[in-house]
Design a protein around this ligand. Structure first.
Ligand SMILES: C[S@@+](CC[C@H](N)C(=O)[O-])C[C@H]1O[C@@H](n2cnc3c(N)ncnc32)[C@H](O)[C@@H]1O
Length: 266
């Protein structure tokens, strides 16, 4: 292994407010999502008052779903982005449900099998029997060939990945020339007054909801802390450019509580 890669693998990372080795972060993140998988969707609604749905809808509208595009949704978890994409595709094409099944080409990749299993069950409950591939894989070393996808999405996933730059490089690698990258992630609230209220809510209320509903205060404490350690809007944009993306832009959602970053592989 070349020296810089060796060093990269040793550099400590934030796990919430703790510094840990990258391998340890991966293991701890896995424990978090093993623990929350069955309550993950309910918790998202409770914590955000349903607002995460609006953010995800916004992301999917930006993807402009079409039958000719291959979508890779990394850290796809329980399938939220994939299902929204398919719903939107169904509206965009003729032929209704049957055609949508044939024309959906979505790969959902996640490091955590438990999360994907919940996603597969949700797909079956919705009658979505075709069009989805569920793949266990790591965003830092994707099990896909170069230049494979038109669209790459990562929604509330990048914050959990120990080596963000590796994940960005992998996103760039698997996208086709002209392919588009989209990252929806918690970000930095721009208005100081709103930031104060948001911090109060995050640190006081969210771990409590985690304790009561998911019987897991620590995982939700991690969530709140990990948001504070994630690169802000301009830092993430700079790191995307470093990975090779061009036309890098971002939009803030709900005053910067979340942001969508986009870039193109030219
Ligand atoms: C907060 S959930 C987001 C799920 C879904 N994308 C959504 O928006 O609802 C984060 C997901 O990232 C996955 N994850 C964490 N580290 C990962 C990695 N290195 N590679 C791929 N997935 C990862 C977790 O297993 C979890 O399913």
């Amino acid at each position: 292994m070349v020296a810089h890669l060796k060093n990269k693998n040793k550099e400590s990372q934030w796990f919430g407010y703790k510094r840990v080795k990258p391998d340890e972060k991966a293991r701890l993140v896995e424990t978090v999502f093993d623990s929350v998988a069955s309550r993950y969707d309910l918790m998202n609604d409770l914590m955000s008052g349903g607002i995460h749905r609006l953010w995800k809808n916004r992301l999917v509208a930006m993807l402009r779903p079409s039958a000719s595009k291959l979508l890779l949704d990394v850290a796809g978890g329980t399938g939220d982005i994939a299902f929204r994409y398919r719903q939107q595709l169904r509206c965009n094409i003729n032929g209704g449900e049957a055609a949508a099944g044939d024309k959906t080409h979505i790969t959902i990749c996640d490091i955590n099998k438990e999360m994907l299993d919940v996603g597969k069950d949700r797909a079956i409950n919705r009658g979505y029997l075709k069009g989805f591939k569920w793949v266990v894989g790591n965003a830092e070393s994707l099990p896909f060939a170069d230049n494979s996808y038109h669209l790459y999405t990562i929604s509330f996933g990048l914050r959990n990945v120990p080596k963000i730059d590796d994940a960005l490089e992998e996103a760039y690698r698997v996208l086709k020339p002209g392919g588009q990258f989209f990252c929806l992630e918690f970000s930095q609230v721009t208005n100081p007054a709103l930031r104060k209220i948001y911090d109060e809510y995050s640190f006081r209320v969210i771990p409590k909801i985690g304790e009561v509903i998911a019987n897991d205060r620590n995982s939700y404490q991690y969530l709140v802390e990990s948001i504070r350690q994630f690169p802000n809007q301009t830092e993430l944009a700079a790191r995307m450019k470093k990975a090779g993306f061009e036309k890098v832009r971002y939009i803030n959602l709900s005053g910067g509580i979340a942001a969508i970053h986009t870039g193109i592989k030219l």
